[in-house]
Design a protein around this ligand. Structure first.
Ligand SMILES: Nc1ncnc2c1ncn2[C@@H]1O[C@H](COP(=O)(O)OP(=O)(O)OP(=O)(O)O)[C@@H](O)[C@H]1O
Ligand SMILES: [Mg+2]
Length: 263
């Protein structure tokens, strides 16, 4: 995909304004503002429990704001009925921490599932689309295997292929590399962060992998005390003077420098 020329304004694909959400007396989101522009990748970071998953659940209508608005592809979620919400969800590929593959279906049928459910494509067309998707994630050889026979990283890649098979305009990832070893993490990140180039999709990625965030994010965001306290391109984010960003990055650097000493 070619880069846009100059400062051409892009359409906001995800637009969160003044979002508040509490559970009981616990105020989790306290005025979140976040805009992800069409065709860009935004990486959302923040310490565990800061509310990243709560935020992403609002984008698919799994949670409803106490206050504030959530717009996706120009549509205000609070104005949509179930059918409208379902229509919007069809534009989204979602990959949560658990990838929820169908254990009784082989890899091919898992990836084909959304096509069979939601399109009128013929079997030969489906075969072609699925084979292409499996090639993208490097799993052509595993098409006939079942999820239980795959490694964690392979399962994640199948999950990605299934999430992306309908060529959604929007891809949401909630910590897709959780629990994977560093090598597998690298291969999954490769797939996720190159996904946008293959699809031209808008991506919002929650990941603790700061190195990948810096490498592949167009914009980086930090969630802290219920708000997005920093948002910008990687160089800007790196130079942030916000104490929470500095602490977050220092903590990450410290962990990095400790790594080689462990055996
Ligand atoms: N349905 C719920 N009911 C009550 N509390 C909830 C609910 N969902 C989330 N929370 C609380 O909201 C806070 C933020 O949770 P969230 O899952 O968004 O964190 P997170 O930033 O995604 O963390 P992690 O990086 O560990 O995934 C936590 O204190 C959690 O206990
Ligand atoms: Mg989470």
């Amino acid at each position: 995909m070619s880069e846009t020329s100059g400062e051409q304004a892009r359409k906001p694909m995800i637009e969160v304004r003044g979002l508040y959400k509490s559970f009981g007396d616990q105020e989790i989101l306290r005025g979140v503002d976040l805009v992800v522009e069409e065709g860009t990748t935004c990486v959302l970071m923040g310490v565990s429990g800061s509310g990243k998953t709560v935020l992403i659940k609002h984008l698919v209508g799994l949670l409803h704001p106490d206050r504030g608005t959530v717009r996706v592809d120009g549509e205000d979620l609070s104005q949509l009925n179930e059918a409208g919400l379902d229509g919007l969800r069809r534009k989204m590929g979602i990959l949560f921490q658990a990838n929820a593959l169908f254990d009784s279906l082989n890899v091919f049928d898992n990836v084909a599932f959304p096509l069979r459910e939601r399109t009128r494509m013929s079997e030969p067309e489906i075969r072609e689309a699925v084979n292409k998707a499996l090639a993208v994630v490097g799993l052509t050889h595993a098409a006939l295997r079942f999820p239980g026979e795959l490694s964690g990283g392979m399962q994640k890649r199948v999950g990605f292929a299934r999430a992306a098979i309908l060529q959604p305009k929007i891809l949401l990832y909630d910590d897709p590399t959780a629990g994977l070893d560093p090598l597998t993490t690298a291969s999954v990140n490769e797939v996720i962060f190159t996904g946008k180039h293959q699809l031209g999709a808008t991506s919002l990625v929650i990941t603790p992998d700061v190195a990948s965030a810096f490498r592949a994010g167009d914009k980086l965001a930090l969630m802290h005390e219920g708000r997005i306290v920093e948002f910008g391109p990687p160089e800007e984010f790196r130079r942030s003077e916000h104490p929470a960003v500095k602490a977050f990055l220092n903590n990450w650097l410290r962990r990095q420098s400790q790594r080689p000493h462990k055996s």
